[in-house]
Design a protein around this ligand. Structure first.
Ligand code: ATP
Ligand code: MG
Length: 296
């Protein structure tokens, strides 16, 4: 299948949050797979991965844009494996992955975007945030004791803080985009039922045990609070310059295909090209070639 038709077969209107709309997750089916079958999806993913590698090579050579791709999700939604599969063809030299955990004491002593600034990709690179500054309006909202640990002024510590953070994040992303750092945001939308299956699988399979912690079950207990926080976040932070993608995540093969396609589409829209060489550079290349060929 050629790349134009391959990119067209996804249904963005089902996965991209229109800026300014109020999001209800009930409208987004975690089990959606369009008309795809697993085998076909795997082949299409392979083609997409090859295209990503081609674009990344130009991104790197051109050294003008950077791409920030961030993933948010409940536990076991497949962030790690999506990153692994989608980026599998990418040259590691032009890619960096950063996983955001609970902030350290040093990080808590700074404003909340500080650690994200430090982890931003440089021009020419793709940077992946596995979790992100969005945790600041998700886990921090769901667990008030985390906000209490932040050394912010009392006057800011009201219910208005979430609205304020949404605005700050929108402005931050606008700033990035204006500076050539393209921002792509993916929420991997797994159902509560499928999360349970995956947790049980992690418990039953010794080689998966390390991925499971009791804390994950505790967070699962706050599922509804998380969904409410996510809905509010999508409603306020899906913008023209950095819209949210809500990706069905009950079938990993579909998740990977959808994410790869959206990234490919975005890279394509940048009209990337290899830098044009100046005339005298081309002459130098010819000279160098002649020298190499005249070697004994
Ligand atoms: P993951 O669950 O993303 O696969 P992991 O299991 O390897 O990662 P965890 O110890 O679960 O590692 O680390 C992520 C934890 O850090 C999550 O519970 C997340 O909510 C928390 N976290 C991330 N950013 C923040 C933040 N800004 N404030 C508070 N907690 C945060
Ligand atoms: Mg975890």
């Amino acid at each position: 299948m050629d790349s134009a038709s391959r990119l067209d077969i996804l249904t963005p209107e089902r996965m991209v949050v229109k800026p300014g709309t109020r999001v209800t997750l009930k409208d987004f089916d975690p089990n959606f797979t369009g008309s795809f079958k697993k085998k076909q999806a795997k082949e299409l993913l392979q083609q997409g991965v090859e295209e990503l590698a081609r674009y990344q090579d130009m991104l790197y050579a051109q050294n003008t844009y950077a791409m920030l791709i961030l993933f948010q999700a409940m536990d076991a939604a497949g962030k790690d494996s999506t990153i692994k599969h989608v980026m599998s063809g990418i040259n590691p030299q032009g890619c960096q992955v950063y996983s955001f955990k609970q902030p350290s004491l040093e990080e808590l002593d700074h404003d909340y975007l500080w650690r994200s600034f430090k982890a931003l990709p440089e021009r020419g690179n793709i940077g992946i945030f596995n979790r992100s500054y969005y945790e600041e309006v998700l886990v921090v909202r769901v667990r008030p004791e985390l906000l209490a640990q932040q050394q912010i002024p009392k006057s800011v510590r009201s219910d208005r803080i979430w609205q304020q953070r949404f605005e700050e994040i929108n402005n931050f992303e606008k700033y990035l985009v204006n500076n050539g750092i393209v921002v792509m945001k993916f929420f991997l939308n797994v159902s509560k039922e499928e999360q349970k299956n995956r947790f049980l699988n992690r418990i039953d399979r010794p080689e998966k045990n390390w991925k499971f912690s009791l804390a994950d079950v505790r967070e699962r207990g706050r599922w509804d609070d998380y969904m409410a926080a996510y809905e509010d976040m999508f409603s306020h932070t899906s913008t023209d310059w950095a819209p949210w993608h809500i990706i069905p995540a009950d079938n990993k093969w579909f998740t990977r295909l959808a994410v790869a396609n959206f990234i490919e589409q975005k890279l394509k829209s940048l009209n990337l090209a290899y830098p044009e060489l100046e005339r005298n550079h081309l002459e130098r290349l010819k000279e160098a070639k002649a020298m190499l060929e005249s070697e004994e």
